[in-house]
Design a protein around this ligand. Structure first.
Ligand SMILES: Cc1cc2nc3c(=O)[nH]c(=O)nc-3n(C[C@H](O)[C@H](O)[C@H](O)COP(=O)(O)OP(=O)(O)OC[C@H]3O[C@@H](n4cnc5c(N)ncnc54)[C@H](O)[C@@H]3O)c2cc1C
Length: 381
């Protein structure tokens, strides 16, 4: 990309070094152990990545634009999907917090996130409310000085790691979207329990857990935004996160392509290096075209986000959907290009292929993205 600022280039280079030197050597073992050691969180914090979006006034740097966040996410994803997801999900949690909280709340919550390197979780999905998130049932019952929250959140990334969760509950399920309200819930709230940890196909190092709330008390001043306005906060934040999932997809696909291409340059069959076969060259070309097309769309959406463009929601969905479909295809081709060796855990491409699958599922499945894209376009005609 030709039009990055000097700052963006420097950040990309330094995150790239972090990824190659500190994260890549751990990636296979973290996947096998299904654990992200605290070192990863610390590396992200020490490189300033956990405070990328936090304004200077609260201890952050000048809040980074969407392009800069994408660059950081992409560089990490080139070597490890799970570490990159830790950052994406933290930024997803921060989005409604930064949008919806008052100055007093920001002064209370944000400096601790910066100083301690805390991870913020994002808790929306429930057993009966996935794609149809507006049907969530976690109940917030009002009482004298706050709310009592009861319900179960499912598939929550960074469960057990996040210090606080931005959590969506309803004041009354009959109100549907108008009842949804956002709360900041501390992981050590006595009414909150980290439930089942999922055993997953991919992103295995990234913890995914249930969060069980049993009459958890949340004081009034830990409600984010007005009552019933959680849905709006959620929707605005989703565009930001979908663009980041696009960046994660591009990084993962790019990383897998490089591993497979380097392997192919060394591998000989029928007395020739396999990269001399046109069938393999065509595969490399298709992988590169897919990556570059997705990258263009992702960074276009990021620039639209930065400029507050009115069509950003559609472009964020297009970026997420196109890039994650591409990442699934390209990582599968990377395994194919390496033959049986690609299928073995001695090389990272099988992990990258497993990691890619969930990119088509979370932050709204790619079927839901297609609905958003088509409706947004058709409604505007
Ligand atoms: C690893 C992982 C991490 C996650 N992290 C988080 C997190 O941190 N926080 C959080 O809140 N959530 C998280 N999620 C949840 C994720 O966002 C949901 O899984 C996702 O939105 C889909 O919901 P569902 O799994 O209930 O599937 P369902 O909604 O039951 O969908 C099942 C199938 O039906 C299709 N479908 C549903 N409705 C329609 C429709 N109207 N038209 C066409 N097709 C449709 C879907 O596309 C899908 O193919 C995570 C999920 C995973 C797997």
């Amino acid at each position: 990309m030709l039009d990055l600022t000097e700052e963006q280039r420097l950040l990309r280079a330094s995150v790239g070094r972090l990824a190659r030197e500190k994260i890549a050597p751990l990636a296979a073992a973290m996947d096998a152990a299904q654990e992200l050691p605290d070192d990863i969180r610390r590396h992200l914090a020490e490189h300033g990545l956990l405070r990328l979006k936090i304004p200077e006034a609260y201890g952050g740097v000048a809040p980074a634009d969407a392009v800069t966040c994408c660059l950081a996410v992409e560089e990490i994803a080139r070597v490890d999907g799970s570490s990159s997801l830790m950052l994406v999900n933290h930024l997803a949690g921060l989005a409604p917090l930064l949008r919806g909280s008052t100055e007093t709340q920001k002064s209370r919550f944000l400096p601790a996130i910066v100083q301690e390197g805390h991870i913020v979780g994002f808790a929306l999905t429930e057993p009966e409310a996935g794609s149809d998130a507006a049907s969530l049932r976690t109940r917030a019952s009002k009482e004298a000085e706050g709310y009592r929250l009861t319900g179960t959140k499912r598939f929550i990334t960074n469960g057990g790691v996040a210090k606080v969760f931005v959590l969506f509950a309803t004041l009354d399920p009959a109100l549907k979207r108008q009842g949804i309200t956002a709360f900041l819930v501390d992981e050590d709230n006595p009414g909150l329990r980290i439930g089942k940890k999922e055993d997953k196909m991919g992103m295995r190092a990234s913890p995914t857990t249930e969060i069980v709330l049993d009459n958890a008390f949340v004081p009034e001043d830990e409600r984010i935004g007005p009552e019933g306005e959680g849905w709006g906060l959620l929707i605005e934040g989703l565009s930001e996160t979908r663009i980041l999932i696009g960046a994660l997809s591009v990084g993962l696909a790019d990383g897998a392509t490089e591993v497979a291409a380097r392997y192919a340059l060394e591998r000989s069959q029928f007395g020739k290096t396999i990269t001399t076969f046109q069938g393999v060259q065509f595969m490399v070309a298709d992988m590169l075209m897919g990556i570059e097309t997705a990258r263009s769309l992702v960074y276009r959406a990021a620039r639209m986000q930065d400029r507050g463009h009115p069509s950003v929601r559609r472009f964020a969905s297009m970026a997420k959907c196109y890039a994650s479909d591409m990442a699934m295809r390209v990582t599968t081709d990377a395994v194919q290009m390496m033959g049986g060796y690609g299928y073995m855990k001695d090389y990272p491409v099988e992990r990258m292929m497993r990691d890619a699958k969930v990119l088509q599922i979370f932050e709204g499945t790619n079927q839901i993205q297609r609905i958003i894209i088509a409706r947004d376009y058709l409604d505007g005609l």
